[in-house]
Design a protein. Structure first.
Length: 194
């Protein structure tokens, strides 16, 4: 009976993966529906109640991810990141190297606080426009920004979804742990990268 259950769950998983490749399907709804069907079938076959399933949900991680999404949305709607990028350009007084340093440091710190994808989606078009205005190639700045965003994602336990899930699964991985063990390495890596 376990083999049949495993095959059914594998088929549902395959359907979820297939829904990602179809642009006209809502893959989030399909994923949630397939997960619910898999949990229901498993619960009925194994005799497991819903309270057991709910006990395995990482509520702390979900709450932190939702909170960070709200903060990210507020920063996005208030045009705060655009303002910071233009301000950095003015502070650099048109000096390319200084602007590159400022941009890398800004993206590192922003990626440590808000979602790395949002930092890229908001700052990349601004950097491209500024580079077009200066008549220089944007590739170097975008590459530096990308590397520094990955470095910034290591700084805090709430900087990315992966860090949130891992830090809530292991109680000792709090912000102090990240500061103690990752900050020195991250800053050395940041300045070696720049």
């Amino acid at each position: 009976m376990d083999l049949v259950l495993l095959i059914i769950i594998f088929i549902l998983f395959f359907f979820i993966i297939l829904s990602y490749s179809k642009s006209n399907l809502d893959f989030v709804a399909i994923s949630l529906l397939c997960c619910f069907i898999a949990a229901t079938i498993t619960g009925l076959v194994k005799g497991i109640g819903i309270d057991i399933f709910i006990g395995f949900i990482e509520w702390k991680a979900i709450i932190i991810i939702l909170s960070m999404s709200i903060i990210t949305k507020i920063a996005q709607d208030s045009n705060l990141l655009e303002y910071l990028a233009v301000k950095l350009f003015k502070l650099s007084k048109g000096n390319r190297r200084t602007f590159f340093w400022f941009l890398c440091i800004l993206t590192t710190f922003l990626a440590s606080v808000i979602s790395d994808v949002v930092v890229v989606l908001i700052l990349a078009p601004i950097v491209i426009r500024l580079c077009h205005f200066l008549k220089i190639r944007a590739g170097t700045y975008l590459l530096g920004m990308t590397i520094c965003i990955n470095i910034g994602s290591m700084l805090t336990p709430f900087s990315s979804g992966e860090n949130i899930i891992i830090s809530t699964a292991f109680a000792e991985l709090d912000t102090l742990y990240f500061i103690q063990f990752y900050w020195l390495f991250s800053f050395i890596l940041l300045f070696c990268t720049i």
